[in-house]
Design a protein around this ligand. Structure first.
Ligand SMILES: [Fe+2]
Ligand SMILES: [Fe+2]
Length: 185
């Protein structure tokens, strides 16, 4: 799948606000890939497609988790988590996409211990793209200019603190990812 094909698909699939967010993630992922010496084309493609399933029917996404044998924990921690792994599965079914691109899409919400640099770039770009506006986002942007791994940790901390303040459950993989990246020397 080419970037232009992905762009067309996303323009047709997402509402305008989410499409604008996506363009911001593309721009940011491209910049981070350039800065940290990762594959720019893969970063752009993963960013363009990352929220593909964001507005898909929740019950259908839950069914994909069951049918594909994805982590059953995904059904216990809020439907926000579904679109990343389910989007990766649905895209893989329909299009010819590099496994690195699919991995970045799959991990963009929860993270994953040992996730690749491309995964990290999309994970951080999603949190800091120019249209994002929440307390602490500028600190994350500064971190991302200095160290990709530090930005991953800061983004995980931001996510976990947000969930703690809301008194909602925290997906174990996100905590595992935090522990993994904090322990990385
Ligand atoms: Fe997302
Ligand atoms: Fe996103």
């Amino acid at each position: 799948m080419t970037f232009e094909e992905a762009h067309e698909l996303i323009k047709q699939t997402l509402p305008e606000k989410r499409y604008i967010h996506t363009l911001g993630v593309v721009e940011t992922a491209e910049r981070l890939a350039d800065q940290y010496g990762e594959n720019i084309e893969q970063a752009r493609l993963a960013a363009m497609l990352h929220d593909y399933a964001k507005y898909f029917d929740t019950e259908k996404m839950r069914q994909v988790v069951i049918d594909e044998g994805l982590d059953p924990n995904l059904l216990q921690y809020g439907d926000e988590l579904l679109h990343a792994p389910v989007g990766a599965v649905l895209l893989a079914r329909q299009y010819d996409l590099d496994p690195h691109v699919l991995s970045a899409i799959r991990n963009h919400t929860t993270g994953e211990p040992g996730m690749s640099r491309l995964d990290q770039i999309l994970f951080v770009a999603d949190a800091i793209e120019p249209n994002r506006n929440y307390p602490g986002v500028d600190r994350l942007r500064t971190e991302a200019e200095q160290s990709l791994e530090a930005a991953v940790v800061a983004t995980l901390r931001q996510t976990i603190e947000f969930l703690l303040k809301k008194s909602v459950r925290i997906f174990p993989l996100t905590i595992d990812t935090y522990n993994d990246f904090v322990n990385t020397p």
